[in-house]
Design a protein around this ligand. Structure first.
Ligand SMILES: CC(C)(COP(=O)(O)OP(=O)(O)OC[C@H]1O[C@@H](n2cnc3c(N)ncnc32)[C@H](O)[C@@H]1OP(=O)(O)O)[C@@H](O)C(=O)NCCC(=O)NCCS
Length: 401
């Protein structure tokens, strides 16, 4: 289909299965088992992926899968998610990733999806393809023994210890309610639930099998670790549709008295530290990108989300990779936008990767301008844009793919 320096690209087929698995295991340094591999293929099918061949040897692979992602304002948008991109260590830096991505994004354009997203294992590669980090996640830990709940923290009933087979049955519906109101969160298909509850020993980090607390409006999946450094609880996933469910689940976790430390991944705006009399108890151990986004169709993406302030502005968007950039008139009234190409002079200029970074609300316009990534005509333009693009909730990655 596409020829690049002795490399041919084509769609994957079932016959590529073993070669793609060896390539992925080598690239990511894992040994996937056949059951796990089968689960991955139910989501990211070989037929929907692209293989790069030298002769008949598979030397590169990338796969794609459409998901529904919630954007600011609670609107569902169908997006393309990319995953599993790998090039053989024997064939790196010859342009194979670029060739596969060129073909993949051409296909996504053809499907008319306004956004592409992925989780990146390296931060320095994808800006050139128009991607910006668009969701942050915070790793935290705290010493449970010193956790005193604030007098104002509710102590609602409703949490139950739930056997994991029962959790598998009830948790997806709760997740689905949560992801519809949380920007950044995606729909989660059955194979992804199967993978989570399969709880492969490789993902346990030396801990126990999964345990669950459920609540009518939330759940916590966690495991126990008995390490030389002390006994700890790792919260694998906590989702709460209401603030009462959030407080109730954290109260249940903090009541696991034989374990000193609790570790979790939370959104930067998670209220957890403020449930306690001492918010400093909760230490951030890392803060990093969880998702990267690229706008494939600027007017379609910008009109899909809501805004917090009115706006009348002309934006010049530079796209170094595809032809999605241009000059656009963006008009917001009562939270909703109209956006169309214009010949008017731009008030503000930015790269399409920067637009990807601010799109879901994780990064502010003003911060990007201070980093010289956005050039606004004047302070009034910058302020108006900054206010409009703010969101009332931080985006959260629903599940990692
Ligand atoms: C990352 C990976 C896919 C790159 O594949 P590749 O075929 O060597 O990449 P290319 O030669 O097509 O490079 C494309 C561009 O990215 C740049 N690039 C590639 N790897 C890079 C890296 N590690 N850091 C910074 N830039 C990088 C190249 O310089 C090139 O830039 P240009 O086209 O603007 O000149 C490959 O190294 C790999 O499989 N790594 C292990 C698995 C992995 O990390 N996958 C990514 C998961 S998100």
């Amino acid at each position: 289909m596409t020829q690049t320096s002795g490399i041919t690209l084509r769609s994957g087929t079932a016959a590529d299965g073993d070669a793609v698995r060896l390539l992925g295991d080598t690239g990511f340094g894992v040994v996937s088992d056949p059951v796990e591999n089968e689960r991955t293929r139910r989501l990211f099918s070989l037929e929907n992926g692209i293989v790069a061949l030298e002769g008949d040897r598979v030397v590169g692979f990338t796969s794609a899968y459409p998901q529904t992602l919630t954007v600011p304002g609670g609107h569902p948008v169908k997006v393309e998610s990319l995953a599993n991109v790998t090039v053989a260590p024997t064939h790196r830096r010859r342009g194979i990733l670029r060739a596969m991505y060129t073909e993949q994004h051409r296909r996504t354009e053809e499907r008319g999806l306004p956004l592409t997203v992925f989780t990146a294992s390296q931060g320095g590669i994808y800006g050139r393809f128009g991607y910006g980090p668009s969701i942050c996640e915070q790793r935290i830990r705290f010493d449970r023994r010193f956790a005193q709940f604030h007098s104002g923290t509710p102590d609602p009933d409703g949490v139950e210890m739930t056997a994991i087979a029962e959790a598998r049955r009830v948790v997806p519906a709760i997740y689905d309610r949560w992801r519809r109101v949380r920007p950044g969160a995606q729909s989660r298909p059955e194979p992804a639930w199967d993978a989570l509850f399969a709880d492969h020993p490789r993902f346990r980090g030396g801990g126990t099998e999964l345990f669950a607390f459920t609540h009518p409006d939330g759940y916590a999946l966690y495991r126990y670790h008995r390490r030389e450094s002390g006994a700890a609880i790792e919260v694998v996933e906590l989702r709460a549709v209401t603030t009462d469910a959030h407080a109730a689940l954290w109260r249940a976790l903090c009541a696991l008295e034989l374990f000193d430390r609790i570790e979790a991944t939370i959104a930067p705006d998670d209220p957890l530290p403020h449930l306690f009399t001492d918010p400093r108890l909760v230490h951030t151990t890392s803060l990093r990108d969880a998702l990267w986004s690229r706008l494939m169709d600027v007017p379609a993406a910008l009109t899909a989300r809501s805004y917090l302030a009115d706006l009348d502005i002309v934006v010049a968007v530079h796209d170094p990779f595809r032809a999605a950039g241009g000059v656009f008139e963006l008009r917001v009234r009562e939270g909703r936008a109209e956006c169309a190409p214009t010949t008017r002079e731009a008030d503000v200029e930015l790269g399409i990767d920067v637009l990807g970074s601010v799109y879901l609300g994780a990064h502010r316009i003003r911060r990007m301008a201070a980093a010289h990534r956005i050039r606004a005509k004047d302070e009034a333009v910058l302020r108006a844009l900054d206010l409009a693009f703010q969101t009332d909730r931080e985006p959260v990655l629903g599940w990692s793919f």
